[in-house]
Design a protein around this ligand. Structure first.
Ligand SMILES: Nc1ncnc2c1ncn2[C@@H]1O[C@H](COP(=O)(O)OP(=O)(O)OP(=O)(O)O)[C@@H](O)[C@H]1O
Ligand SMILES: [Mg+2]
Length: 228
């Protein structure tokens, strides 16, 4: 079995180019590979293309040229149905703003992806409770997002992102709106949980502390992803 979880080949991405707006080339023939269990930090300036890259890698943006392979299989990104199945089976996301469902408790938010996949409620609850305990939220499971701090909400979002054990976790500024101490706690939880579940991950962040926690550091330069 291939050890490569995600492979991008010759990806070119343009924005604009309509009317009198000149096209902006974000990526040009960009190649990128991430292997099983690898954690990559993406640390480059605002506007360099981190979010654009994660959207393409996460099969949320199909407007590019080039190829994407996930677990050795080429994804036809022009086929929305196939793409969304591949995404749901293989990829978890953590965003800067957690996007938790306000009406749901922390536990219900966490187990939602499992219930959506048809897993029984009993098993989903057991798994959700276990994960929330791991990130120090044993006593907060019944609370709704508005009753949790920013760091707690982000920990719930991390649990939700990995509960169905995706091969790949994509995190876009996961601690972007947290203070320094909470950032450090959430980053450590994130890395711990990724390692424990053998997940490959790409974490885009402005925070330099990320570089010490990941296996490899990368940046976007001249339309390519390069390792430092
Ligand atoms: N929908 C869009 N239409 C036109 N240009 C866009 C669009 N989305 C992003 N861009 C441009 O593409 C470039 C890369 O944006 P992107 O959001 O990927 O950067 P980023 O590295 O995530 O930045 P930040 O660190 O601020 O989040 C920027 O110059 C941005 O203005
Ligand atoms: Mg961004």
């Amino acid at each position: 079995m291939s050890n490569t979880v995600l492979k991008l080949k010759k990806v070119t991405k343009l924005f604009g180019g309509k009317g009198d707006m000149p096209p902006v080339e974000i990526f040009k023939d960009m190649d990128f590979t991430i292997k099983k269990n690898e954690v990559v930090g993406l640390f480059s300036p605002s506007g360099s293309g981190k979010t654009t890259f994660l959207q393409i890698a996460g099969l949320l943006d199909s407007k590019f040229s080039g190829d994407i392979n996930i677990n050795g299989l080429r994804v036809n990104t022009k086929n929305d149905v196939q793409t969304s199945i591949v995404r749901r089976k293989n990829i978890g996301f953590v965003f800067q703003f957690h996007h938790l469902i306000q009406e749901f408790s922390a536990l219900d938010n966490t187990i939602f992806p499992l219930l959506f996949d048809g897993v029984s409620e009993k098993i989903a609850i057991q798994k959700g409770q276990h994960l929330l305990e791991k990130v120090g939220l044993a006593k907060r499971m019944k609370n709704r997002p508005a009753e949790l701090s920013g760091g707690e909400q982000q920990r719930v979002a991390i649990c939700r992102a990995i509960i169905n054990e995706p091969a790949l976790l994509l995190a876009d500024e996961p601690t972007g709106n947290l203070d320094q101490l909470t950032t450090s706690k959430v980053m450590n939880f994130l890395i711990e949980i990724i390692k424990e579940h053998n997940i490959s991950a790409i974490i885009a962040s402005h925070n330099p502390m990320i570089s010490k926690l990941v296996d490899k550091n990368a940046k976007i330069a001249d339309g390519k992803i390069v390792y430092n």
